[in-house]
Design a protein around this ligand. Sequence first.
Ligand SMILES: [Fe+2]
Ligand SMILES: [Fe+2]
Length: 372
Amino acid sequence: MSAETQSHLPKVLVVVQNPQHQEFFEATLSPYFSLSLYRDIDQAMEESAGNPGQVLIIDQNGRRDRNCERFLEHSERLKENGPGLIATAGKDILFDIRKEDLKVPSLFLNWPLAAKPLLDGISQIIGKKAEFVWRELPEKIGKPLTLTVEEYQGISDAIASGEPIDCNAAADSCGPLMDAVGNGGHHDLLKAVQSHHNYTYVHSMRVATLLTLFGHGLGMKGDDLLVLSTGGLIHDVGKLVTPEQILDKPGKLTEEEWPVMRDHVTRSSQLLGDATDVTKGALIIAGQHHEKIDGSGYPKGLKGAELNELARMSVIVDIFGALTDARSYKPPFPQEKAFGILESMQTQIDQNLLKVFRAIFEPGSEIESKVA
Ligand SMILES: [Fe+2]
Ligand SMILES: [Fe+2]
């Protein structure tokens, strides 16, 4: 029915016959996902063989819908390599498939369907699928991912219920991450984490990994490295209270939206300031990772000697991490392109520190030589 769109986006298949429903799925999902539409499940599975996507939506057409029954057979064959299921049906229609029979993450939704529960449901299913795959990875890579995603969920829950963030627990979750980076596991971590769909977690985990790597490059050890890992993981917690329509906006932010987005830094500082166990270093990383040495950054416009090494490292890593990651509006940039952009920011970024960071990725560097 429609060609796939951008390949860097997670793939979502939709089996739908109702024209209004099809229109809703297209309008809601196409900004965020590579969307493929089909009339029946067999066509969907046949045409997507080899890359069956992350999530399959079956819009149930009437009380007895063979598409859901057929999905059971397909998912039995594909197992964890198959897509998770979202089944949608009319208000009074019972689903003719039982969740217990499915071996993949699933969600049932009734019409009338709103965009948010659908988008949230897709995110949850992609996240669950990623976490399942992580549990099957070698422990040195799987454990840091599993522990940090659990910790990030704990931080989200604490913020939602108005409790202080447990920074010691965040630091504990970073131990295996430090070990993995010390053993050359950074490439695997940076790649594997991208299969999750909680963007703030993904970005934070990537910043934690890159900051730890940067610390290694500068010869840091022990507690100094732990400050970098933990600070990276919690540096953007303020984004957990940023309105989703701004945080996840697929296009450019408006003039009115930018201040709300930038406010995440102040909110991070407040949230972490309420914790009794936050380190000074982590507070600096959270509060100053958008400051630039020429004073053009935010929130305070600090400049020059007002920004210490931690602040200067964190801005490099924050930008590098964002550039080399996929967002709904852009594919991940290759490392070389990201370094080129950072090098063009002559007056904003500490170019000497940038050289150290870049050298870590050179084939002969100490840490790159540990990569199997
Ligand atoms: Fe930030
Ligand atoms: Fe960030």
